[in-house]
Design a protein around this ligand. Structure first.
Ligand code: PMP
Length: 405
């Protein structure tokens, strides 16, 4: 099945507008994806017809709202090959990782233990582990990458030791596009008796993810990069791990009973969902999952890969332009620098042409240091992008180069 991009584009109302008088070319979906009408409608429909708080009500609206939330959980769980009770709604990937660091981490990591991450991690998969290490006296160990932005597998394996309690790796790097061999990392990590957490924020929108096939222990992602609303994200975890973990946040909805002497918690996933959840966000996320399943993840991957190859070849012909990250396989994210032009200037000049890209360190400052640059310009491609978008990008980059020549 081929992706019908023209049809897809019509589903995204925001793409119909102009920016600075030019057709909008949106190349920043790695930061957050735009929303199809189906998602916008699902949120609006929920607020218009079914809104009430969930779980506690006995009346029709509350039961309907609960069904919306639980239906979303079913959809999301099946989308990633997990079980409903293993699928926890959180605010975003950041919160998902923090949940594991606080709950599993405090219970399982102690003085002298190690947590292994990689040099390409987003701050969201660095800082929670640093905080945990500081608190319990553990050590953060970093697996190196090579000059192409690929994880050094031998070094990763060598850095695993009986002291390692957890490896935490991104599935796809938001800066380099590197796709990590998660199943292989799971094998190595488990062979050492450690657990594997995968930051899937940049993977789920672009390829089929099956948490059991990957054999990871935790998988985290955000709804907003998956064409869903912002404010909702997902932590998937193995049931037996989640069951043995203490709650992360305490409050309403996560308890069976409370007395001043003793509080009993609900079963998973509710034990980890204190307070009123983002119900409308869940409605929107379910619609986003339906939308992507209808398009087919396989067709999406093929389409984006074509754009990656096309844009890479065209950008590579721009004099003075250097692409950072040439791992195989690679997702449709292109970070680049242009001799003599600061990335922020590139971003501003492109903006004048109606082209939205991201510039800066992309929340991967240690990676920037490894690459020897303070910042990059980053174009990221999604289901609604076309080869014409890549052409517009290359033309505007040429303009930027000429302006600074
Ligand atoms: N991990 C990766 C790889 C990311 O790209 C991002 C978002 N840029 C995050 C984690 C954090 O996502 P969020 O801000 O939605 O929590």
């Amino acid at each position: 099945m081929r992706l019908d991009v023209e049809r897809v584009r019509k589903d995204f109302p925001i793409l119909q507008q102009k920016s600075h008088g030019k057709p909008l070319v949106f190349l920043d979906s790695a930061a957050s994806a735009q929303k199809p009408q189906a998602v916008i409608d699902a949120v609006s429909e929920f607020y218009s017809r079914s809104y009430a708080n969930v779980h506690r009500g006995v009346y029709e609206l509350s039961l309907r709202a609960t069904e919306v939330l639980e239906n979303a959980r079913r959809k999301v769980a099946s989308f990633i090959g997990g079980e409903e009770r293993e699928t926890i709604f959180v605010r975003n990937a950041t919160e998902a990782i923090n949940l594991v660091a606080h709950s599993w981490g405090r219970q399982n990591v102690s003085r002298g233990d190690e947590i292994l991450i990689t040099h390409m991690e987003h701050h969201a998969n660095i800082v929670p582990w640093q905080l945990l290490c500081e608190e319990v006296g553990a050590r953060l160990v970093v697996a190196p990458i090579d000059d192409r932005g690929q994880l050094d597998l031998h070094a990763f394996e060598a850095l695993l030791s009986p002291r390692t309690r957890l490896a935490a790796v991104c599935h796809v790097s938001n800066t380099l596009g590197t796709v990590n061999p998660v199943a292989e990392l799971a094998r190595l990590t488990h062979a050492c008796g450690a657990r594997l957490l995968v930051d899937g924020a940049q993977a789920v929108p672009h390829q089929r993810v099956d948490v059991h096939g990957l054999d990871c222990d935790f998988y985290a992602f955000s709804g907003h990069k998956l064409y869903g609303p912002s404010g909702i994200g997902v932590l998937w975890g193995r049931a037996e791990l989640l069951e043995s973990m203490p709650p992360f946040l305490g409050g309403g909805d996560m308890i069976l009973s409370v007395s001043f002497e003793q509080t009993l918690y609900k079963e998973i996933p509710y034990k980890f969902e204190a307070g009123t959840p983002d119900i409308a966000g869940a409605a929107g996320l379910a619609a986003a999952v339906d939308y992507l399943e209808n398009l087919s993840l396989e067709a999406i991957s093929r389409h984006e890969h074509d754009l990656l190859e096309y844009a890479t070849a065209r950008l590579a012909s721009v004099p003075g332009l250097r692409i950072l990250g040439s791992a195989v396989p690679k997702a449709a994210v292109i970070s680049f620098v242009l001799a003599g032009v600061h990335p922020h200037d590139i971003g501003t000049i492109l903006d004048q042409q109606g082209i939205a890209i991201r510039t800066g360190h992309h929340c991967t400052q240690p990676l920037m240091q490894r690459l020897g640059v303070p910042a990059t310009a980053r174009a990221s491609f999604a289901i609604y992008n076309t080869r014409e978008d890549a052409d517009a990008l290359v033309e505007a980059v040429e303009t930027a180069r000429e302006m600074f020549a």
